[in-house]
Design a protein around this ligand. Structure first.
Ligand code: BG6
Length: 474
């Protein structure tokens, strides 16, 4: 299948998952750093952001490999917690700012366009301790101040900005599900943080447009594609719809359309978790919608009508409205516990076409994390990750089919360029086109998929013929 000219074929990562703490100054902890320090025992083999892939000192090697593969784009983030020595007076850490500058210049010289997320969970712990983090509108203002400095310093060379990567995730894990440190279960706070990040995005979009810089600005959202168990069962369909409102449209409606849907507002009011907002803020959100959206899409979410009655005294959780449905015979990525369902790419394109007026979008993350990947090394030590090549091919096949039918999807970014540190899973599941060898001083080695991706980019031809092949390629 032909890949259209100009279709982005890149890869992604983030600052905190690669950098490591080399050169980090006292007081520059992010939320992730603080969590790692408090609950190091929940991180696989005690590995975490402290070393990561040591991108701080080894970024030139990585950029050289990006050039070798021929990535058109590389998305990473700037680490807010390291960018300042004083978060309130916006005193820039010039050492870190220089590093960012060098990385951007290196990417451009390698002909790889940088795409930058302003936050990929790297909220400074100081702002959590002092203001309760994203629950606070003071933090919204400080974020916008931070973003303005980025536009001034790097906007001459970075033309694609994203306010957040997966803005819903940290507060969902902390305040809604209570899974992550500090396990502060508080659904009202969950929704307030969601809203404050929408507001922060609108204010940042406004700031970007009034700056002298060219380019575009959007957000990266982890769309959780909800499939009802049975489309002819109204209760299952309703379960999927409510899931979609609470996890997806809570961001995408205000950011793309400028308004929250009345159905979502009613759902939030009925459950006493409606966010605090002012008319002025809502007008600002309406007037400053984003230019583009990146969607992180890994696995389908299958739901059915709830199996059990909800306890009205329990803290609110969207599970009030659905139960998980496990599709018998589903194909799994057992390392991660995620179902593999490539046609989701095509279904996503239909949603963007029908519900968002063919708004510009791209796949900002998709990929396959595999445990104990060393077992796939050949005699010359190269990881033969055919499962990853198949995974990418299958997903790309469905995406390109949609593109050929008119979807406004601009590209595909693989997660991830190199293996890197995941929240808690650390280096357990390897995602990269490039191996990070923990047993050999973090040496970088191209995997078979790295060579394959290079060829894909060179030839712009996806040699993959059938949409059903994925069933037989476990
Ligand atoms: C996305 C995140 O959710 O998925 C990344 O943007 C993350 O930060 C990636 O690493 C893969 O998920 P996980 O949990 O396996 O790391």
């Amino acid at each position: 299948m032909q890949i259209p000219e100009g279709f982005m074929l890149g890869a992604a990562s983030s600052a905190w998952q690669t950098e490591g703490w080399h050169g980090k100054k006292a007081g520059q902890d992010s939320y992730l750093d603080d969590w790692f320090k408090h609950e190091y025992f929940v991180w696989h083999e005690g590995k975490g952001p402290d070393v990561a892939t040591d991108f701080m000192t080894r970024y030139s090697e990585d950029v050289a490999l990006m050039k070798e593969i021929g990535l058109s784009h590389y998305r990473t983030s700037i680490n807010w917690s390291r960018f300042f020595t004083d978060y309130e007076n916006l005193v820039v850490d010039e050492d870190y700012a220089d590093h960012v500058n060098n990385v951007i210049n290196a990417l451009i010289s390698a002909n790889v366009e940088p795409m930058i997320a302003i936050e990929h969970y790297e909220v400074p712990q100081f702002l959590i301790d002092k203001y309760d983090g994203w629950n606070s509108k003071r933090v919204v203002d400080l974020f916008v101040g931070y973003a303005k400095i980025l536009f001034e310093r790097y906007g001459d060379r970075v033309h694609q900005w994203f306010t957040f990567n997966e803005p819903i995730v940290p507060q969902t894990r902390i305040h809604l599900d209570g899974l992550r440190y500090p396990h502060d279960l508080n659904p009202k706070k969950w929704m307030q943080c969601n809203y404050n990040k929408v507001l922060a995005t609108a204010l940042t979009v406004q700031a970007f447009r009034s700056s002298s810089q060219s380019g575009r600005i959007g957000i990266i959202h982890n769309w959780e594609f909800a499939y009802p168990r049975a489309t002819n069962n109204q209760l299952d369909v309703l379960a999927a719809k409510r899931f979609d409102l609470l996890y997806n449209r809570v961001f995408t409606d205000p950011l793309i359309k400028g308004d929250y849907s009345p159905e979502l507002i009613k759902l939030l009011s009925d459950n006493h978790i409606l966010f605090n907002s002012t008319d002025e803020e809502l007008a600002l959100i309406k007037a400053n919608t984003i230019d583009v959206i990146g969607l992180n899409l890994y696995f389908p979410k299958r739901v059915k009508t709830p199996e059990h009655q909800w306890d009205p005294s329990a803290p609110f959780n969207p599970r009030k409205y659905y139960s998980d449905f496990e599709l018998p015979g589903r194909k799994m990525n057992n390392s991660r516990g995620w179902e593999i369902y490539p046609p989701m790419m095509y279904d996503m394109a239909k949603v963007m076409r029908d519900d968002y007026n063919n708004f510009p979008w791209f796949i900002s993350e998709n990929g396959m994390g595999t445990e104990n990947e060393r077992r796939f090394k050949n005699s010359s030590g190269q990881i033969q990750d055919d499962y990853r090549i198949n995974f990418i091919s299958e997903h790309l096949w469905w995406l390109l089919k949609a593109v050929h039918e008119g979807a406004n999807c601009e590209g595909y970014m693989l997660w991830a360029f190199t293996d890197n540190v995941s929240p808690m899973n650390a280096f357990k599941n390897r995602y990269g086109l490039v191996e990070i060898d923990l047993e050999d001083n973090l040496a970088r080695h191209l995997k078979k998929s790295g060579l394959w991706y290079h060829e894909l980019i060179e030839t712009k031809q996806l040699n993959y013929s059938t949409r059903f092949a994925y069933r037989s390629q476990a």
